[in-house]
Design a protein around this ligand. Structure first.
Ligand code: NDP
Length: 448
């Protein structure tokens, strides 16, 4: 049983936002693990920290009108949730996907507060996006949409205010169009977005950061428990930015990638992803923007399973890297039955609360998203530092810093879990370590 204070805050969120299930889920996931901290530190209740931390500083919603190549008018909805800036400017990605709504953006922004805190870089939490679907749109349509989106968003962001980045549906192309419009409206050049192209303020190593960081975290978690990636079989979901570079790093470290997927289905690669297949996926997804089933059409030993997820295949490790709630209780049961030893989350909140419960009960090593996928925002933080100093670091330097950050995140999470009486519960450890810094800053800054 969690303390009455925590349960009351959760109930109030449910009453206030009854139509925001993803946000409620994220709040419950974080707050219930903070129980030992709340019991040990009565000052957090005295200062109303939990009531304040679940309420965004502000929510911005706006109309995004644009015209398609035939001249037809479309209207999408834009969002930016500036959740908490106790420890630094708001920071968090933009997601363009038809499923985007306020609940999804709020859950992502809420999680981002603790993730950013864990990186050790001074960044607050925020998130934004739109229900626009970039799939099937021409470059010109995507550009017009991004221009319209930024025509409103520019008022609310700035290098010391709020610095958006990419997420699902927002990659280098979209960041370029968004940055161009921001620059034109404000007649200013500053690091107001991250994930920029190398040569115009982008950091080397940013595209790789989330996927590489995920596997660095996994490596730390395995080593701390007497295991190693070498020789292990790995299920990866998704085939976008995070999945691509997670696959790359698993291969580099001697693991075998058995699956990739997209929203239409899963490919199973009997003998593991090869160099040639990886290059094919990079071109397929980033240049031609095609479907993952083409991998099976092109290569022998690859089977395509339409409308299926990767979790039924037998493997040692699972790296969900597509979207929220992609592993439910049934999927988790399958992972347990098949003897998975570790799950590390590339995507945000890919596991339902039921799935997480099963990992913990079955002693599966579990690297929660806010720790395991923090590499992306960490290198975004490094991009902000480079922009502020008018400098750029080599790929090796960025990668070395990323590896250190992921190592620290793992160690801090492990230490907090141990200190609060739940050794190896990295979910609890990450939530506690991320929360403490923000909560203490909020107390120092008064009731605002
Ligand atoms: P991309 O848009 O590059 O790729 C997303 C991938 O997930 C695609 O393969 C996509 O398939 C699949 N996908 C998206 N929505 C669904 C869905 N509803 N059902 C099944 N598959 C789906 O995004 P990213 O790789 O950047 O992001 C993936 C996850 O990682 C997200 O949860 C994101 O929040 C998280 N993340 C990303 C970071 C980053 O730096 N990019 C940082 C931290 C977390 P399809 O092509 O068919 O849509």
């Amino acid at each position: 049983m969690v303390s009455e204070y925590i349960e009351n805050v959760i109930q109030r969120v449910i009453q206030r936002d009854p139509h925001q299930p993803e946000f409620q889920q994220a709040v419950r996931e974080v707050l219930t693990t903070l129980d030992p901290v709340i019991k040990e530190h009565p000052e957090f209740e005295e200062h109303g920290i939990l009531e304040r931390i679940v309420e965004p500083d502000r929510v911005i919603m706006f109309r995004v009108p644009w015209t398609d190549d035939q001249g037809r008018v479309h209207v999408n909805r834009g969002f930016r949730v500036q959740f908490n800036n106790a420890i630094g400017p708001y920071k968090g990605g933009l997601r363009f996907h038809p499923s985007v709504n306020l609940s999804i953006i709020k859950f992502l922004g809420f999680e981002q507060i603790f993730k950013n805190s864990l990186t050790g870089i001074p960044m607050g939490g925020g998130k934004g996006g739109s229900d626009f679907d970039p799939k099937g749109k021409s470059d010109a349509e995507v550009m017009r949409f991004c221009q319209s989106f930024m025509t409103e968003l520019y008022r609310h962001i700035g290098a010391n205010i709020d610095v958006p980045a990419g997420d699902i549906g927002v990659g280098g192309r979209e960041i370029g169009f968004l940055f161009g419009t921001w620059k034109k409206i404000t007649k200013s050049w500053e690091g107001v977005l991250t994930g920029k192209g190398y040569g115009w303020g982008g950091s080397l190593g940013r595209p790789e950061a989330t996927g590489f960081g995920l596997v660095y975290f996994l490596e730390e978690m395995l080593h701390a428990n007497g295991e190693d990636i070498k020789g292990k079989t790995v299920l990866i979901s998704g085939s976008g930015n995070v999945a691509q570079y997670a696959a790359r790093k698993v291969m580099d470290l001697g693991g075998k990638v058995l699956t990739l997927s997209d929203s239409n289905g899963t490919v199973y690669i009997k003998d593991g992803l090869t160099e040639e297949m990886w290059e094919f996926v990079m071109e397929l997804k980033n240049v031609r923007r095609g479907r993952i089933k083409e991998l099976a059409e092109k290569f022998d030993g690859v089977e395509y399973y339409p409308d299926e997820k990767p979790w039924k295949f037998k493997a040692d490790i699972a790296l969900p890297s597509a979207t929220q709630n992609e592993i439910n209780g049934k999927d988790a049961e399958m992972l347990v039955k098949n003897g998975v030893i570790a799950v590390a989350e590339g995507a945000n909140m890919p596991s339902t609360l039921e799935a997480i419960d099963l990992y913990l009960k079955n002693d599966i090593l579990y690297g929660p998203a806010k720790a395991a996928n923090a590499g992306g925002v960490a290198v975004s933080g490094l991009e902000m530092s480079q922009n502020a100093q008018f400098t750029s670091w080599s790929f090796e330097e960025v990668d070395r810093k990323l590896r250190n950050i992921m190592k620290n995140i793992f160690q801090e999470s492990a230490k907090a879990a141990e200190e609060y009486g739940h050794p190896k519960n990295y979910l609890m450890g990450a939530n506690i370590a991320g929360f403490l810094k923000v909560a203490r800053a909020m107390i120092d800054q008064g009731v605002v």
